[in-house]
Design a protein around this ligand. Structure first.
Ligand code: NAD
Length: 259
């Protein structure tokens, strides 16, 4: 379905972004990878994605740096001739009370989890509009819809990206470009593993008990969402069947926000 389409997935060296890159590649898209990691690990990801039949490249843009983001968009266009799909996925977390929250962490979370999507869209939307086809998928979170204590920056950024998604969807509503958000619940990636490890250390819990406690607080299914499930949803949002899905926030959260 996505043959001859080109996708940028920010933060695709790990976790959810990697799962989405795999799914888009398996469906035929060319992939521009992005994210941090050592050279050998990035090379391994490139090889794996190429093994799915995709033409693949990697750009090291730091999502806190608007000039590097502009270069990511420009380099992708030069390399592949177009940008059809943009997945704004890169994200980080920090857990602390507001009074203890380091200002530098607040700024980094807002920059990576929210502002980077403004910068990528600022450069990519004109290219998509000019060809009258495009798909932007912003990876928000259950925390884009409801809050948790000690996650002020993350919750603010994720609520923000849902608003940004709606505004961008309205600006493109009469075109072939759609803009939507996905709101996952807990997915067992390095970002969440860190929180499980912190919980286990703080409470003296075994890793499995810490996992169960984490799920039990928020996710009634008691199952993690998988990157594969999110990849399949991203492929659907890129399909013709989803051409009139605009400004939506798709919840994939094991029942988290149904409560
Ligand atoms: P992860 O830590 O596995 O992956 C994060 C990716 O972002 C990595 O590739 C990393 O290198 C990249 N990244 C971090 N800082 C960057 C920067 N400055 N510039 C470029 N790339 C950068 O995390 P994940 O869980 O896969 O998270 C991916 C997205 O999904 C995030 O936006 C996160 O908020 C969101 N999310 C995650 C969960 C979850 O439970 N894991 C739930 C809801 C939403």
């Amino acid at each position: 379905m996505l043959k001859n389409r080109t996708a940028i997935v920010t933060g695709s060296t790990s976790g959810i972004g990697l799962g989405i890159a795999r799914a888009l590649a398996a469906d035929g898209a060319n992939i521009m990878l992005n994210g941090f990691g050592n050279a050998a690990a990035i090379e391994a990801v490139k090889k794996e994605i190429a093994g799915l039949g995709a033409t693949v490249d990697y750009h090291p843009a730091d999502m806190t740096k608007p000039d590097q983001i502009a270069d990511l968009i420009g380099a992708t266009r030069t390399r592949f001739g177009a940008i059809d799909i943009l997945v704004n996925n890169a994200g980080i977390q920090h857990v602390a009370l507001i009074e203890d929250f380091p200002v530098e962490r607040w700024d980094a979370i807002i920059a990576i989890n929210l502002s980077s999507a403004f910068h990528t869209m600022k450069h990519a939307l004109p290219l998509m509009k000019a060809r009258n086809w495009g798909r932007v998928i912003n990876i928000a979170s259950a925390h884009g819809l409801v809050a948790s204590a000690q996650k002020s920056a993350y919750v603010a950024a994720k609520h923000g990206i849902i608003g940004l998604t709606k505004a961008a969807a309205l600006e493109t509503a009469a075109t072939g470009v759609t803009v939507n958000a996905i709101c996952p619940g807990w997915v067992l990636t390095p970002l969440v593993q860190k929180q499980i490890d912190a919980r286990a250390a703080e409470k003296g819990l075994a890793p499995d008990a810490a996992k169960r406690e984490l799920l039990g607080e928020k996710q009634p299914s008691m199952e993690f969402v998988t990157p594969e499930q999110l990849g399949a949803l991203a492929v659907f949002l890129c399909s013709d069947a989803a051409a009139q899905v605009r400004g939506a926030s798709y919840v994939v959260d094991g029942g988290w926000t149904a409560q």
